[in-house]
Write a protein that binds this ligand. Structure first.
Ligand SMILES: [Zn+2]
Length: 307
């Protein structure tokens, strides 16, 4: 039932995007100045809001639904979120089925008639049925964010056609920054001996990063693409064996993770726990105030632990 409803919303949005019928009333068309900087646009997470803000520039303010530090895998929406969503005219998301799972019940509660921008459309998604289907963590490869930026630019342009040129030049400038970030990561990772390019995390979040930068995923404590899973004793024992066999030097945790199981594995294997990556959310100020800062911080932590 719920799935059916969101599908209808998505279909309606897609049709209005492709139909060629002007959606604005004549009075809205006649007063473009009044819409500038006043458009209510939401992104699901702090990271996505930062990325979208780089494309929107001064023209549209993008607000995050999730507060800094909240875990999108397990977020419970608030009545205030419902009010915001009901008023929103634009809503930018990664993937409500595998990541922002709070969004569907939130939309059913809030209603509203926001246009949707599916930022991750066109990114080739990794799939592993045992770990929960599709891996949602596409942002951990900046090349995927370049695809997202193009989707966001298109969505913003459809929403606010008068801003087209500005969104294009903002997107081009940001893509150049993302390309520089990618080159920087390649250079940093070069410091890690090939045999040490091994990643163990709490839930499996670094798959896209590993694929792009030549790491092997040894395993994850929760054996899942989501932070909500709980592993069996057999799964933990298997991971301990994998960590020992691979000589992986460290287990990387997100700052929001419960470290108990990772510490138990560290005790049995002698690996080091790096407890404070930021993989799902920005931070209020340093070290991960922006998506690019977040990536640089995480890469520095990984390189320091493995080189
Ligand atoms: Zn995650």
């Amino acid at each position: 039932m719920a799935r059916h409803l969101i599908n209808l919303i998505v279909i309606a949005t897609t049709l209005s995007a492709c139909g060629g019928t002007p959606a604005s009333s004549p009075s809205e068309v006649a007063s473009p100045a009044s819409t500038e900087s006043q458009l209510e646009a939401l992104a699901t997470t702090s990271m996505l809001a930062d990325i979208a803000q780089h494309v929107a520039g001064e023209r549209i303010r993008i607000e995050s639904i999730l507060p800094i530090g909240a875990d999108p895998h397990s977020y419970q929406y608030t009545p205030q979120d419902a009010t915001k969503v009901a008023d929103a005219k634009l809503l930018i998301l990664f993937d409500y089925e595998t990541y922002e799972t709070f969004l569907e019940p939130l939309l059913l509660t809030a209603g509203g008639n926001a246009e949707f921008v599916f930022a991750g459309v066109g990114v080739g998604k990794k799939i592993d049925v045992d770990k929960g289907g599709f891996d949602p963590h596409i942002w951990l490869d900046p090349n995927n964010i370049i695809v997202c930026v193009e989707n966001i630019r298109e969505g913003l342009t459809h929403f606010d056609p008068a801003g087209a040129a500005e969104f294009k030049s903002n997107a081009d400038a940001y893509v150049a920054e993302l390309q520089a970030l990618d080159a920087w990561i390649v250079e940093q990772v070069d410091q890690i001996p090939a045999e040490n390019r091994l990643l163990v995390t709490n839930h499996e979040s670094l798959g896209y990063f590993a694929e792009r930068y030549g790491f092997t995923i040894v395993g994850s404590v929760l054996e899942s693409f989501s932070s909500g899973a709980s592993p069996s004793a057999q799964q933990l024992a298997a991971l301990i064996d994998q960590v020992k066999a691979s000589n992986a030097p460290a287990i990387f945790l997100d700052a929001g993770d419960n470290p108990a199981l990772a510490e138990q594995i560290a005790d049995e294997t002698g690996v080091r726990v790096v407890p404070d990556l930021h993989l799902e959310s920005l931070t209020d100020g340093a070290p991960a105030a922006t998506y690019i800062d977040m990536m640089k911080y995480n890469v520095t932590q990984i390189v320091d632990a493995l080189k």
